[in-house]
Design a protein around this ligand. Structure first.
Ligand code: SAH
Ligand code: MG
Length: 200
């Protein structure tokens, strides 16, 4: 695998994420994503939700020609991501933006938009960044199952905020299913992944 010489550094990032409660992508999810990138010859990626740069780094390591732009609103995480990108010498290929993605206007186009930020905002993110897709591009969304809560009965979710969030994830699921400009497949992999292929 391309990433073998970086195994120690990757392990360190995962440990940092665990210690600091940073919700980085699960093993299964990341391996789905890397397979997808190879299969579909993805060369440019816009990631919403950098955290500490873990998924951006793994994606960038798949091929030297891949370029990534990634946005994060939390300063501590953004700064940690900057350090990690340097550690992997990926400054030329991974551009980090410290900003709330809801305020981000971007002109570039990408083969893939990866939504992995605030789960309640996915309809807004989708509508905003679908403008930045290349022809026949893809939007991939992580955490469609939200730790299994999406399949629980609403009355069994005691926390009111969590109930609201789960409702929004379900609305987003419906939004994807009924969006005629995209074909969306849902996968019960990792924390639940949706792959939406643009028909235009
Ligand atoms: N993709 C990362 C994990 C991202 S975790 C990985 O797998 O390695 C989700 C991140 O999205 C958090 O760090 C959170 O601060 C960020 N986030 C949430 N809402 C955001 C927004 N509106 N704009 C930018 N970043 C956001
Ligand atoms: Mg995620």
């Amino acid at each position: 695998m391309v990433t073998s010489k970086y195994n120690d550094e990757i392990k360190k990032m995962k440990e940092y994420a665990k210690e600091n409660n940073v919700p980085i992508m699960q093993e299964e999810g990341i391996s789905f994503l890397t397979t997808f990138i190879h299969k579909n010859k993805i060369k440019s990626i816009l990631e919403i939700g950098t955290a500490i740069g873990y998924s951006a780094i793994i994606m960038a390591l798949q091929d030297d020609s891949i370029k990534i732009t990634s946005v994060e609103r939390d300063e501590k995480r953004y700064l940690e991501a900057v350090k990690n990108i340097k550690r992997f010498n990926l400054e030329d290929r991974v551009t980090l933006i410290f900003k709330d993605a809801l305020d981000l206007k971007i002109n570039d186009n990408f083969d893939l938009v990866f939504l992995d930020a605030a789960k309640g905002q996915n309809i807004n993110f989708f509508n905003s960044f679908s403008k930045n897709l290349n022809k026949n591009g893809y939007i991939i969304t992580d955490n469609m199952l939200f730790h299994g809560y999406v399949n629980k009965k609403e009355e069994d979710i005691k926390n009111r905020n969590l109930r609201g969030l789960i409702r929004k994830i379900k609305q987003y699921h419906e939004f994807l299913k009924t969006n005629n400009n995209y074909d969306t497949e849902f996968y019960n992999i990792g924390d639940g992944i949706a792959v939406s292929k643009s028909k235009i």
